[in-house]
Every structure is written in C-alpha cells, then in structure tokens.
Design a binder for this molecule. Sequence first.
Ligand SMILES: [Zn+2]
Length: 839
Amino acid sequence: MKTIRNLVALFVLCLASALAAQQKSLDAAQLQLALRKLNVLGSALYVAAHPDDENTALIAYLSNERLLRTGYLSMNRGDGGQNLLGNEKGELLGLIRTQELLAARRIDGGEQFFTRALDFGFSKNPQETMAIWGHDTILADVVWTIRRFQPDVIITRFPTTGEGGHGHHTASAILAVEAFKTAGDATKFPEQLKYVTTWQPKRLFFNRFSFGPQAIKPDDPSVAKSLHLDLGTFNPLLGRAYSEIAAEGRSMHKSQGFGAAERRGSILNYFDLLDGPPAKADLFEGIDQSWSRYAGGELAGKILQQASDSFDPKAPAKTLPLLLQAWEAMDRVGARPEWAPNVNPWIEVKRRDLAEAIRGCAGISIDVAAGDSAVVPGGEIPVSVTVLNRSDYPFILQTVASRYANPSKGVGRKLENNQPIKTDLTIKVPEDLPTSQPYWLRNPATKGTFVVADQQLIGLAENPPSIPLVVSLDDNQMHTILFTVPAVFRWTDAVLGERVRNLEVVPAVTANLGAHVYFFPEAQPKNVTVSLKNFGATDPVTVRLLVPSDWKIDPISVPVTFTAKGEEKRLMFAVTPPLKGESTGAITAEVELKSGKKLHEGVTNIDYPHIPAQRVFDGGGSKLIRVDVKKRGTHIGYVMGSGDEVPEALRQVGYDVTLLTDTDLERADLGKYDAVVTGVRAYNTRQILKTTNAKLLDYVKAGGTLVVQYSSTSPQPMLIPAPGPYPFKVTSDRVTVEEAPVTLLKPDHALFNVPNKIVSKDFDGWVQERGLYFTNAWDPQYETVMATNDPGEESKPGGELFARYGKGVYIYTSYAWFRQLPAGVPGAYKLFVNLVSAR
Ligand SMILES: [Zn+2]
C-alpha cells in the first residue's frame, strides 16, 4: 500500500533527528532497543527552567529503560548565563546552550523543547520572573508544548514553593502546575486549536532532589508518600547504567563547565504527586502504553512484538519483512481514543522511528552532500545523494527529491547489496526563502521574551533544515518508505576528522562592523572597519554606513566588486561625531546589490567541536556614543579569564591594552603598565594565577593599580579564595535588578571624582544586573565606596573594595562591567575608567 499521503507529515516530523541519523546507523544493541521501543506508546515531559537544570539520568531512564517518548521543556535557552568556552554572550550563548542540550539529548534519547522566555539573568523570585516573561505568554507556550507532545505524565524539577532558589526555577514549576490544569481546556488558548487539540496529561509529579552524598533513604519519613525510581539501573544492551549515560550527557554542557563524574550503583529518585489520580507503585500506573491504546492498533503491536522477539543481532535484515508489515499495519490504526478525539499523536512518531529501524536493519546509509555550506536566496547549489543498501532485501530507490530541485533522473533502480547509487541534483533556492537565522532571533526580542510570528515554530529547539531532501524506497510488496534528510556540507578537520554542518541559506553579502560599540571620548573622528564576505554576489555592490544625521561619514559610499564566492574584503570609513554636545545612536553597514536590494546583516560563525557549526546573522548594527571621558595612564595589561569584551571597551576610550599570556604573567615586567585588570572569572580559569598572584600584589606594592573583576564561587571555588593583599570573602550574593538604586557611601572618593565626576545618571540604563559574587566580609584596610541592593533586601556595600597597598591601589569589583561596557552604557565607561585611573 502506497503511503505517499504521509509525505507532507513526514517532511515535518523526520527533521528532528535527521542530522544525527544520517551520520550512522544503529548498532545491533541499539536496534534491539529501538524495536522494543516501537511497541511502547507512552510519554513523559520533564519541565524546568534552564539548559542544565534537567535530570539527565531520569531522561535516560525513561527513554531507554521505560522506552517512553521523553521530552525536556526548558523555559529558556540560558542566554543570560556566563560562558566558560568563549566570549559569546546573550543570544549567541543561548544558541550554544541550545545545541549543548541537543547534544545531551542525542546521548540520553530525549527530545528538546523551549518556550519563548528569555533568560534575563538571575531572578530572586517567581513574581519578578513572571512579570518580565509575561505570565500568559509563557503559560501559552507550556500549554502548546503539552498539546503538541501529548505527555501521559509531566515531571517538574523544582518545587512551586521556592526552595529551587532562582525565580526562573520556581516559575517553571508554577507554570507546569497551571498548564496541567489548562491544556485540556478548550476555552484556554483557543487560537492554538487550529493546529492542535486539547490534551489532558494523566499525572503531574515533582521530582524531589536526592542527588549528592545526602541522598534520601527509602525509609526516610519525608518520602513515605513518594514514588521512587532507581536511576542507577544498568542497561545490559547499552552496557551502561542510566547514571553513567547521564554523566556523558551533562558533560555536553561545556559552556557551563559541567563535566560530570560518572556514578554507579543504585540511585533512588523520589516523586511527589502534584495533580492527577493517586498511584500506588508507579508513575504511569493505569496508563495503557500498548498499541491497544488506539482502535485497530493491536495488529501493529502484534507484528512489532514479533519483530522484537525474533530479532537476530547477527542478521538484522531478517526482521525487515515484519517491519514492513508493521509499516502497513500502522495505516489501519484508527485515531479515536475516547479521551482524545480526532488525534493520534503516535502514528507519525512511530513511523519516524520505524523508518529508522528499517534503515538500521537494512544497513541503509543516505548521504546528502552539498557542494558548499552556504547558498544565497535565488542561488543554486549542487547536491549529491548517495544511497547504499547493505542487505539483500530488494529495495528500489524510487525518488530523490527536493521541493527546490527538478525531479532526479536515474532513479527507479534496485539497490543491490553494498552497491551505492549516487544521484545529483541542482537545488535552486527561491529568491524569497528566508536565511537560516535561528527562528527566535529573526525579530527583536522584548525584555522578557523572543518574538516568534509563526505559531508552529514555537517550542522547537532549532529551525527545521532550510533545504530538506526526501528519499523514498519501495520494496516488491509495494511499501514505500520515506526518509527526510537535510542537505549537509562535510569537511575534514585535521584534528577532529570529518565534520558536518547543515547547508544554510545566507545573505548574498554580509557586512560586519569592527566593534559593537564605538565610543568617542572626544569630538575626534575614528576609523570604522567593515568586513565584507561574499556568499553569492556576482555583480558590483555599493557599501555605505548609516549614521544619525548629525554624524559625518567619509567616504559616503564605496563600490565593491567581488571576483569569487567566499571572498572577503575590508573597508575603512572615518566617522566624525557632532562637534558639540553628547550624542548616541546606531551605526549600520548597508550593502546595496545591483538589483537595488539592501542588506544589513553581519555574520557570526559559531564553531565548537562538541556542537554542530552554525551561522547567526545580526541586523542591529552597532552603537555610537559620544560622551566626554577623561582617562589617566595609557598602557593596560589585561588577564583574560573566561572571556569578556572589556579590553575592546578600554581600547575604545583610548587605552593601549595588552592581553597578558601565562608567560607574561611569569616573566614580563608588569611595571610598564599603568594598570593591570583581571577579566571575568580569571581566578576560576587561569591556573597560572595560583603561582603569579603574588607577583601581581608585588606590582601593586611597587605603585601599580590592580583591578580584579568578579570570579565565581560555584560550581568550582576560586583558585585563590581571596586573592587580595588583605583578606575578604566572596559569596554568591548578587543584585539582579539593573535599576536597583546605588548609594555612593563616599561621594568624595577619588573613584567618583578622578578623572571623571560621577553623577547619579551614570547608573542609568544598565543591563541585566548590577553585580554578582559580592563580598560580605573584608579586612578593615579595605574601603567600601558604594552600596546597592535588590528590592526588599538589605544594603550590600561589598560589591567593590578599595585598598592602598604599598605605593599602589588594589580594587576588587563585583559590578557587572563585562555586561555594561559591551552594551554601551556611558556611565559604566566613566566609572570603569576611574577604576583603572585610580592612583
Ligand atoms: Zn537553572
């Protein structure tokens, strides 16, 4: 029976696992597990707030031991966190952490979802979180994900009562409780019902904390009413316990430095029922998880059981006839369980999994190779599709198709055992196809949420591939199996071996400005560089800078002709601020194509070995700031920590900044620097500071100025707990409200007067937070100069410590300069310049 009518649905559904799937087939043990899983129609959704909040061991257990479809819904993408890998922050960090979650899910077998909520930084309570996110918007997204995923059971990581600490954590639990009650109610968010039906999950649980040495014992009275699962269970097919798989998955959170040790032995987790009917022994009690759950499902279930029982790991292809029968039987499954009319969530999911099982049992490889990693709207790119059947099962390669290519020739051929068939297509990309910009970054975000126009994209972890291809195979029984695979580009890295990235749709020419902020401390012109990259312009283009009308640009425009794809060029423009007064505005590079189309996008390439490489386009341009800032000194030595953009900001105000290497710290004469600054988390990441901190203090003693920015006390302690000349104690205290009032405790102090006079408006317009990892105790030889606090909390003077030591000055500062300076907050520039100017 032909199943072409499923083609459209499969187009959408097969995409999630496609990139991973085309790289390798399942081995015999994974196949055995996959065949068993085909017979389980149950699901669970885990709900928490951030990437890395999830209980990876539980996801691995539910997915591989209970064989359930298991999802993790993270409220946000971790945009507000710190990055231990590089200097990406904000939305770029969110993208890295999204990919780290997907990498973890490839290991534990779960699926990944998000709401539109932004990680706006640490929040001390759920009320603030909900106010910034917009309670109704995020509740709608949780409901949407439940209606689309249709979980039997929902499990929250955090309690609703606040013990989870972070306001995002508590909010995630509160939203799960509300959504559990709401998702089944057709009067709630009825606009979603165009695409999905209502769904009432059966039970809602809170997953109690029991990790760590103080694990809860089963006879502990506090868990007398809880259900439990043993996440230390060993899976003989995988040769690993779920706790071991979890450690591997958690170690994917490399931007957080969450490499985890593998734990072995029994690890009990406890679950408290929050809603739904009571259960005596198991979370899924009374929920039919067999094919009988759907009218007409028994036959598919019976065949799949037989397939699983008779599977021979030495000859997986023997299972193919049963699997193809099951493919046909799935057509007969009715879609009418009484509690969910008109919908059967499982058919398409199980078809996707069954197609993968068929591919695995036949050893079928489908390799889709594009000639490049990028193509422009209106452009063309060659794609080769190589299909290989490594069984004697008589598959016929029926079609190799893309909605953007003419039908392929040379198909309709039998796939002989181990004889590849290669089909070449030319993809013609429509002029109006959007770029591969991650969907949640296509519009400017509000303070608390991403703005997504297409309801059906909401919740997805990443974009569906821009250029999917469909490969269909027939057998001699008239079954048609469809595979949807994204076009990818492969290249070889000398160290990492073969690497793969999705073929992306990119603008014809990208233009990157040399800096995010151009700071003019005086009314002097500055040079602005524009780096162009040609992805597909063949005719000459015109490049210009757009600035506010009272600023001047020279030259007005520059004609550019590219001779090759991939060519890069650098242009230089002189930008002059208005002669008088302060002024701020935006500066944007514009590339006008011969067609008259104007492009305003810069490109950022994100490429780390543990996640797929990808491009992000920004259209926001950079900031121009003309504010008088006086400085003292010229040369600054900077000890970069986990990565920040403070050196660039110092250069913008006219400093000559040298990034100090380990060798510099050991051997160089620091006396040539007017100030030395340590970067964010330098005392977490720069091991060399353990042995060279004494040298930094000697530099201060001899008359130098040392400014130490915050380092964190968790997850790892600082390399030196109090690196100053006198003791102080760093805590995890923060002030998260960026508008929190700041009191100058010593308004006459040099830090507020020399060389720049600080006024209250210099604390306006701050972003994300005031500061983090404040000290709460210090030696009396330190002076505290300013204090701030979140609403309802006591004043915190420990955010900045100032001490004279020998002939020099030592400053420890927890204020979030690393966020304010790249965001172009003028007052922060004055305050920070005063720090490095202190004598
Ligand atoms: Zn968290």
